[in-house]
Design a protein around this ligand. Structure first.
Ligand SMILES: Cc1cc2nc3c(=O)[nH]c(=O)nc-3n(C[C@H](O)[C@H](O)[C@H](O)COP(=O)(O)OP(=O)(O)OC[C@H]3O[C@@H](n4cnc5c(N)ncnc54)[C@H](O)[C@@H]3O)c2cc1C
Length: 471
């Protein structure tokens, strides 16, 4: 069999896009595979030319679309299938509150945000990290800027213009999108791992592909499409999948009716939170930021950043205690000295307000979490201002979480993200078992793993082509 070397020289129809994203497909080790026509190919399949590979991508979120981009740039025919009526719904939602696409901190600190999965994700992010991602966004005609927190936003902070430009570019490159196509498993009537069954408004459809990328997302915000219904499908095929759990989520706190009514919806800032996670119960360093009091408990960026250890503690013990530092700019000694100053006829609340600027929801938290006696005892009150224990009794449901933890175990995949038990089936995005805080780390890992899965498919197809040439 003949193999044709692909070059990215911006001259051929497969390469009409700027060369700025050469990193997407890597160097010229890619080959266009010549494939033997599949006797099982369905009549509705548009795979007319046996010299062109056809790849099915399931999931039109950032990970799936990035895989499609890598593949289409390499000249492979790609169709993207999604259960929803339109593409990238969660991506669009992420843009509503101001989407951070990535983060500008140094790469070493950046990959540290993936915790236990740091070593696994580092090579993928090394290929498509924060800088390359910004360059890629610029290639779509959208500017980026770095916010004061170091987070990187697209100009206008919206996802819609970016998604529109991206989909237009993908379509121009020949990628076809099939919406309202829910993947429901493999076709039992053939042995092929690449015979995918889809439920569509017109009935069931089977699609045969030369390779498959699954990028079906995690389990949060299921009404946007990623509902985790893929979990039993992969598990039934022997692929190890860790249960999906809420990540970047809120927690329940058993507020009193008074506190709930008075303070729900109020932001607490500036504040720091410590979470005890060591065996001796010692609190690790406090992390500063802000959170919001909700009807049922707490949520917001600072809580999300600490959600993994809090969630795990609640899972293990049924409840977890966190410590709030309500005066993060003050040393414990300075707080104690300020409190000990004479207060005359002033109430304790006025004293706290005038000496420590503690008022409103912060004052409410002190009253909520301390007994009357503790609140009246200046020494204990001073300690509580620097480390107020707040008992959290539950994790908010995955439906409300920004993202999910759990998913396809990396141990079930090879280094190209191909499932060891399902040759030719690759997985990418939030459906993989990693988690990270908000701040652009989620999208970066989705883009990077989507690109890696696309490159993996190219390598797989090239390998198949080489094997056929040799035999
Ligand atoms: C409110 C909110 C704000 C966020 N803000 C940010 C942010 O600012 N920065 C950041 O980095 N991240 C943010 N995220 C997270 C980010 O949006 C996700 O991590 C990312 O979209 C995941 O990409 P994905 O491609 O893996 O999956 P998804 O975007 O979830 O896409 C998966 C796709 O697969 C489809 N699908 C699922 N199952 C099937 C099936 N069986 N058949 C066919 N199709 C299927 C779904 O319809 C969906 O379109 C936010 C998330 C939320 C909810």
């Amino acid at each position: 069999m003949r193999t044709q070397r692909l070059r990215c020289d911006n001259s051929g129809p497969a390469c009409r896009l700027p060369c700025a994203i050469n990193w997407l497909i890597g160097n010229a080790r890619l080959r266009r595979p010549n494939l033997v026509p599949d006797p099982h190919r369905m009549p509705d399949q548009h795979h007319e030319s046996p010299s062109t590979a056809f790849v099915a991508v399931v999931g039109a979120g950032p990970a799936g679309l990035m895989a499609a981009e890598v593949l289409s740039r390499a000249g492979v025919r790609v169709d993207v299938f999604d259960a929803m009526p339109s593409a990238g719904r969660k991506f669009l939602l992420a843009g509503i509150g101001g989407m951070n696409i990535t983060h500008s901190e140094p790469l070493d600190a950046f990959v540290g945000r993936y915790g236990a999965r740091r070593e696994t994700l580092a090579p993928l992010i090394g290929r498509l990290g924060p800088e390359a991602l910004r360059e890629w966004v610029h290639g779509l005609g959208i500017g980026t800027f770095v916010g004061s927190s170091g987070r990187v936003f697209p100009t206008g902070m919206k996802a819609a213009p970016l998604l529109r430009a991206w989909l237009r570019r993908l379509r121009e490159a020949g990628v076809r999108l099939h919406m309202r196509h829910r993947w429901v498993g493999w076709n039992g009537s053939t042995d092929a791992l690449h015979a995918l069954r889809f439920e569509t408004p017109e009935g069931e459809r089977v699609v045969l592909a030369d390779a498959v990328v699954l990028a079906t997302g995690g389990g949060s915000w299921p009404r946007l499409g990623s509902d985790g219904t893929w979990v039993p499908l992969l598990a039934a095929r022997g692929v190890e999948v860790a249960p999906l759990k809420p990540s970047n989520c809120g927690f329940d706190a058993n507020w009193s009716a008074f506190f709930q009514e008075r303070f729900a919806g109020q932001p607490v800032k500036s504040v720091a939170i410590g979470v005890a996670c060591s065996e001796d119960g010692a609190a690790p360093p406090f992390r500063q930021g802000e959170f919001v009091v909700t009807q049922t408990g707490i949520e917001g960026s600072l809580v999300y950043a600490l959600s993994a250890p809090i969630r795990d503690a609640i899972e293990a013990d049924g409840a977890a205690t966190i410590w709030l530092d309500l005066a993060p700019g003050w040393s414990a000694q300075r707080v104690a000295e300020a409190l000990m100053r004479p207060r005359g006829a002033r109430s304790m609340s006025s004293h706290l307000q005038s000496k420590l600027h503690i008022t409103g929801v912060k004052l409410g938290l002190l009253r909520e979490c301390l007994s009357k006696d503790e609140f009246a005892d200046l020494a204990r009150l001073a300690l509580a201002i620097k480390a107020l224990p707040l008992r959290l009794t539950g994790v908010r449901p995955i439906d409300e979480a920004i993202s999910s933890a759990g998913g396809v175990a990396f141990e079930a995949l090879d280094e190209d993200l191909m499932a060891e038990r399902l040759p030719g089936v690759f997985c990418a995005g939030e459906m993989l078992d990693w988690e990270a805080p908000t701040g652009g780390y989620l999208l970066t890992a989705c883009f990077a793993s989507g690109a890696a899965a696309g490159r993996g498919v190219l390598e797989y197809l090239a390998r198949g082509s080489r094997d056929r040439s040799d035999s």
